[in-house]
Design a protein around this ligand. Structure first.
Ligand code: 9MR
Length: 389
């Protein structure tokens, strides 16, 4: 801890000298920085990429480069090794009608990432949300299977060798399971399930693998780390493996809330998935200061979400502590972790706007959470990494 504090102070001092009034203005006006008396956060210490880049991929989500500022793009280059397109590769935006494809934004994202030596995680091939109705119109199982195959082979095929990994199926398990459903897959009654039956999952994996045999393929979902939904996810994943689906890993989305992070369940879930021979990604990490929304459609933001509610120094500290515990657990499981990706870039570019969930504030400044995450790697703490079960 000591060297970091010393270097923080020196770095902040140097930064103050260099930035002069600019930094003071940034600190007093930032909506997440709290009052002007809040402790300054080291803006120049080791980056999150320096600290974690050798353990696993560390990512951000966004439809870059789009309307991102040069400051934001610089932040991405400095801090992350992988990008997930937040929306532009989802079925609705990229393939709104049977014969219409919108490749402009996905192409630009792929080019930008290649130019900057950043890997890409594709999101998402099959989902109940953001998917045009045309897929399901007048479809029986045979017709929908063909549409699924065309969709996947066109999209995955276009970026063959350029997109490292894909979320093949997103959020197929129902919310609100119970003791009865826990021993079953408890699949969501989506149009995919209604028309194709449970085969839609292994078939989607098969089609993706045929289109790019080297791409690493994931099942991705929220709240699967705990309770009945976790047990259903284990049933589903075991079936996929048994049926020979070419699945590489599972994405635990990670939309959590400060003070209510299920650390022990996360720790166990990573071990459970690894015991099936799967890698684990924390695929959409964000930790609201307060206010819950698990990842369900339309669940973003909170009360007063259109305003960016200021966070107090105590709030920021509590958030930093929880992020540090999470990353301590991820480091412990580094052999099983493929990637940790934040869902958004800063507290302005987030689906949970107003809940201050990320590690950069709205002015692209490092928050206490950033420093705590880096510190968790540089100064590992056994107790943080081993939550009581
Ligand atoms: O962050 C995404 C937001 O911009 C979109 O409006 C929303 C539409 O459904 O999807 C958000 O991303 C979701 C992701 O694709 C799947 N897991 C839950 C995410 C947050 O809702």
């Amino acid at each position: 801890m000591k060297p970091l504090i010393t270097s923080s102070l020196m770095a902040v001092g140097a930064f103050l000298l260099a930035a002069g009034p600019a930094l003071v203005a940034a600190q007093t006006s930032t909506s997440t920085g709290g009052p002007a008396s809040a402790p300054a956060v080291d803006q120049h210490g080791p980056t999150i990429k320096d600290a974690y880049g050798k353990l696993f991929l560390i990512g951000t989500a966004g439809d870059i480069p789009g309307n991102y500022s040069s400051d934001e793009l610089r932040l991405i280059k400095e801090n992350f090794t992988v990008v997930t397109p937040e929306n532009c590769m989802k079925p609705g935006p990229v393939h709104p009608e049977a014969d219409t494809w919108n490749f402009q934004r996905p192409d630009a994202l792929v080019k930008w990432c290649q130019d900057n030596d950043i890997a890409i995680h594709g999101h998402t091939l099959v989902w109940h949300g953001q998917t045009g109705n045309w897929f399901f119109q007048d479809a029986n199982k045979e017709v929908l299977t063909q549409r699924l195959k065309d969709h996947i082979s066109t999209l995955v095929g276009r970026y063959k060798g350029k997109i490292r990994s894909w979320d093949v199926v997103n959020e197929a398990i129902n919310d609100g399971g119970n003791a009865q459903t826990a021993g079953t897959e408890n699949l969501r009654r989506s149009n995919w399930l209604k028309i194709m039956g449970p085969d839609f999952l292994p078939l989607a994996f098969k089609f993706a693998h045929e289109a790019d045999p080297k791409a690493k393929l994931f099942y991705n979902d929220y709240n699967i780390e705990a309770g009945a939904k976790h047990r259903s996810s284990m049933v589903l994943l075991k079936r996929l493996i048994k049926e020979g689906a070419p699945i590489y890993g599972v994405g635990i989305q990670g939309h959590w809330t400060t003070g209510r992070v299920p650390f022990a369940e996360i720790d166990k879930a990573i071990s459970d998935y690894a015991s099936l021979g799967l890698k684990v990604s924390i695929s959409e990490l964000d930790l609201t200061i307060r206010g819950a929304s698990g990842g369900q459609l339309g669940g973003g933001g909170g009360r007063g979400a259109r305003r960016n509610t200021p966070a107090s120094p105590q709030d920021l500290k509590a958030q930093a502590d929880d992020y540090a515990k999470l990353f301590s657990i991820f480091v412990k499981h580094k052999e099983s972790i493929d990637r940790v990706t934040f869902w958004g870039l800063n507290d302005r570019r987030t689906w949970r706007f107003g809940q201050n969930p990320l590690i950069f504030d709205s002015n692209n400044l490092r928050k206490p959470a950033y420093v705590a995450i880096v510190d968790a790697m540089l100064h590992p703490n056994h107790d943080l990494a081993n939550p009581a079960r």
